[in-house]
Write a protein that binds this ligand. Structure first.
Ligand code: NAP
Length: 252
């Protein structure tokens, strides 16, 4: 498969799952804009690659997304592969979460995906080929204990994907969601620390709890999620549209 001539934009592309997806797309020949809030993180991720381009952008800020996309399109052409991956996961009990924290999760995880997809679509000709991929979560398909805002935001992302897929059906653009279980990234590192603080368990025991939550009993590598994204951009997946694809070691 070659993605030569395609311009991909991956939000949250400087770390974790987003960086693995960006590298996979670049490896297949695409030019990949990686977006996030921390310029230094993006620069470090892009250094040494001729196909990764650091691009500071805050997905929760409409103006930042609009100007960020305009700049990226000026530099590398319309975004034909758009990966709405940026997200935060800060578990908070329903009795403790305040409205500001709730809104912050929605602003980044859900509004961010909407603003990202809308900006990419606005820059595409109506007949253009496109692959839109959102990184949701198994929390987009089932309730995640102790994380109501995250659960709602990730369910919302799947709703966005399904709605857009119906609207765009018959065009050359597909819209799908990837729904990983627990993946070996900074989010899991932070969760491990939270479990240790809450339960008094040591690091190995806290990590084992997270591993055990995946049905196959291990953490998922970011590259495993990237492989699924690559497949969605490949020649054989043009009829896959509006799907929430689990990458979780089993069915939830
Ligand atoms: P991560 O390394 O923390 O990645 C999150 C990325 O999102 C960071 O690069 C971060 O960069 C970016 N980001 C956060 N807020 C942003 C904003 N307002 N604007 C632009 N970028 C923003 O963790 P990850 O696990 O790879 O997470 C990627 C996605 O996978 C998230 O949507 C997460 O919910 C989802 N997911 C993760 C897991 C897991 O177990 N790790 C499981 C299922 C789903 P900056 O901080 O520099 O902005």
């Amino acid at each position: 498969m070659t993605l030569q001539g395609q311009h991909a934009l991956v939000t949250g592309g400087g770390t974790g799952i987003g960086l693995a997806i960006a590298r996979a797309l670049a490896g297949a020949g695409a030019e990949v804009t990686i977006a996030g809030r921390r310029a230094a993180v993006l620069e470090a991720a892009a250094s040494g690659s001729t196909r990764l381009f650091a691009h500071p952008m805050d997905v929760a800020d409409e103006h930042s997304v609009a100007t960020g996309f305009a700049r990226a399109v000026d530099l590398r052409g319309p975004v034909t592969i758009c990966v709405a991956n940026a997200g935060i996961a800060e578990p908070s009990n329903i009795r403790e979460i305040d409205l500001a924290e709730w809104r912050r999760t929605m602003a980044i995880n859900l509004d961010g995906a909407f603003l990202t997809f809308r900006a990419a679509l606005q820059g595409l000709e109506s007949e253009s080929w496109g692959r839109f991929i959102a990184v949701s979560s198994i929390a987009g398909l089932k309730g995640l204990r102790g994380a109501p805002a995250y659960t709602v935001s990730k369910h919302g992302v799947i709703g966005l994907v399904r709605g857009l897929a119906v609207d765009l059906a018959g065009s050359a653009v597909t819209v799908n969601a990837l729904c990983p279980g627990y993946v070996e990234t900074d989010i899991v590192t932070a969760n491990t620390a939270r479990i240790m603080a809450r339960t008094g368990k040591d690091e190995a025991a806290a990590r084992a709890m997270i591993e055990g939550a995946n049905l196959h009993g291990r953490l998922i590598a970011p590259q495993e999620v990237a492989e699924a994204a690559l497949w969605l951009c490949g020649p054989g997946s043009g009829s896959v549209n509006g799907q929430a694809i689990q990458i979780a070691g089993g069915e939830f």
